[in-house]
Write a protein that binds this ligand. Structure first.
Ligand SMILES: [Zn+2]
Length: 83
């Protein structure tokens, strides 16, 4: 009887794991909550310009994601951090 319960629980876990894997494979999973959608407006911290996340220059610095209008702003921002 206990063996049946254990097998059942394992099957349920397996089902959820497979479902999650299939969803991720097909791209049905929820988008990363840390990243805004491509059409979301994000502000460049250097020149204060608003750009869409899809066209922005994305830099991950110290676990934080920053969006810049151009490479120049990204470089400026990084040199400000280190300097
Ligand atoms: Zn900029």
């Amino acid at each position: 009887m206990y063996r049946l319960i254990i097998i059942l629980v394992l099957l349920i876990i397996l089902f959820f794991m497979v479902r999650k894997a299939v969803r991720e494979f097909l791209g049905w999973g929820k988008p990363d909550p840390m990243l805004p959608g491509r059409d979301v407006m994000v502000q460049d911290p250097v020149c204060k310009l608003y750009v869409t996340a899809g066209s922005a220059v994305v830099e991950k610095i110290g676990g934080q994601t920053y969006y810049f209008c151009s490479d120049e702003c990204a470089i400026k921002f990084k040199s400000n951090l280190s300097g």
